[in-house]
Write a protein that binds this ligand. Structure first.
Ligand code: UD1
Ligand code: UDP
Length: 373
């Protein structure tokens, strides 16, 4: 069997690594196609190295651009590779422009697409990710929603065939790496942080960083933090802060350490030892509940509502008063803290990667892996 993986950003590498490993463990060598949507060392290569991925077979160097430029160029380049390689299936993960490009290029060549982390919906069509998710799901032949809730979203849109609830591969990634991170990373020492005495912050989403007004609201929250904080900053956010002349203001916040994006082992260790996490990241919301760290999400909606229902995540948006009130409550109310930290992980048992490989190999063996007429 010849599976191909199309990926291009930090979270895709992290969440596909367990699936790639599961194929390798079963004696199948997958074809790896990296679009180059993320290209800085600390947004891409560091993860390929830390997660001990095999060499990339095709590096497409698509880079940054407008939505259409990035998606269009990726499609053109992916199509060329798929034409030559003719894999049995193309796996994509999540909701980036790389995912949309991979799914569209593939299905139009009649190569079946398998979508890992299918069925997520924020119901906010102003997010580029929401459009990517919906279109990728509808272009896919095999769908791997992480939860029953995600499966129901697919059902509501009429997608019921070849849908397998397998859990989220992020659990596999965390379980495979958290202990290694704890042993190997010296990140707490490097930043002079003590366990459970700091807040970990990440924010990069377009709706939070593309407007000066929203960036200022984010900064006001950071300025009000009553506890030490560390913020590994996505290059998008750094770029926008500089563009709007707001970088100096962030850099001068006393309680706050801003760093470049960190490798996975350092970041996992920071997450696990944080008092709380404030983020607009999808993957970080998931990892917080897996690692039993309370999460305050800097958004008004989430495509991971399971984390909120379980009690481990609160949507605070960019509302300073709300965000700081919740943080203060976590600091003062031990019972509330334990309740949030103790929320049950809704994303499965860490065997999603193995299930995905098994299911796809089974479909292939039975001759059922195809784009149907
Ligand atoms: C993309 C995804 C988002 C995901 C995020 C993961 C889309 C529409 N968005 O957002 O869903 O959460 O990846 O991190 O696909 N840049 C660099 N170096 C890099 C990569 C990007 O400097 O290695 C800068 C460039 O200025 C670029 C900007 O970041 O224009 C945005 O990058 P892009 O890939 O377009 O989107 P992300 O914000 O990374
Ligand atoms: N991450 C990392 N280093 C960082 C920030 C995040 O390794 O400095 C990891 C994090 O553990 C998670 C993933 O990157 O697995 C999340 O990526 P991101 O927030 O960029 O994207 P999203 O999940 O929002 O699509």
């Amino acid at each position: 069997m010849k599976p191909a993986f199309v990926f291009g950003t930090r979270p895709e590498i992290i969440k596909l690594a367990p699936v790639i490993r599961a194929f390798l463990d079963r004696g199948v060598k997958p074809l790896l196609i990296h679009t180059g949507q993320h290209y800085d060392y600390e947004m891409s290569s560091v993860f390929l190295e830390e997660l001990e991925m095999p060499p990339i077979d095709h590096h497409l160097e698509v880079g940054s651009g407008t939505q259409a430029e990035q998606t269009g160029l990726a499609m053109i380049k992916i199509e060329k590779v798929l034409r030559d390689e003719r894999p049995d299936v193309v796996l994509v993960q999540g909701d980036t422009n790389t995912v949309l490009a991979g799914a569209l290029a593939s299905v139009k060549l009649k190569i079946p697409v398998a979508h890992v982390e299918a069925g997520l919906r924020s119901f906010d069509r102003t997010m580029p990710e929401e459009i990517n998710r919906i279109l990728a799901d509808h272009a896919s032949e095999v769908l791997f929603p992480p939860t029953e809730e995600a499966r129901k979203n697919l059902e509501r849109e009429g997608i019921t065939k070849n849908v397998y609830v397998v859990g989220n591969t992020v659990v596999d990634a965390v379980l495979q790496n958290a202990e290694v991170a704890e042993r190997k990373s010296d990140v707490l020492k490097r930043f002079g942080l003590k366990p459970k005495e700091y807040v970990l912050v990440t924010a990069h989403r377009a709706e939070n960083t593309d407007s000066r007004e929203n960036l200022e609201r984010l900064i006001e929250i950071l300025e009000g933090l009553p506890i030490r904080a560390v913020y590994p900053m996505h290059p998008r956010t750094r770029g926008r802060l500089e563009e709007f002349g707001l970088w100096e203001r962030v850099a001068s916040i006393e309680n706050l350490t801003v760093t470049k994006p960190l490798g996975y082992l350092d970041f996992l260790k920071l997450e696990r030892n944080a008092f709380a996490i404030m983020t607009d990241s999808g993957g970080v919301q998931e990892e917080a509940i897996i690692l039993n760290v309370p999460c305050l999400t800097l958004r008004y909606n989430t495509e991971r509502p399971e984390t909120v229902a379980a009690g481990g995540n609160v949507l605070v948006g960019l509302e300073k008063e709300r965000a700081l009130r919740y943080l203060q409550r976590l600091l003062e109310d031990g019972e509330f803290y334990r309740k949030m930290a103790g929320a049950a992980n809704p994303f499965g048992d860490g065997k999603a990667g193995e299930r995905i490989a098994e299911i796809l190999m089974g479909l292939h063996e039975r001759g059922e892996l195809m784009v149907r007429g």
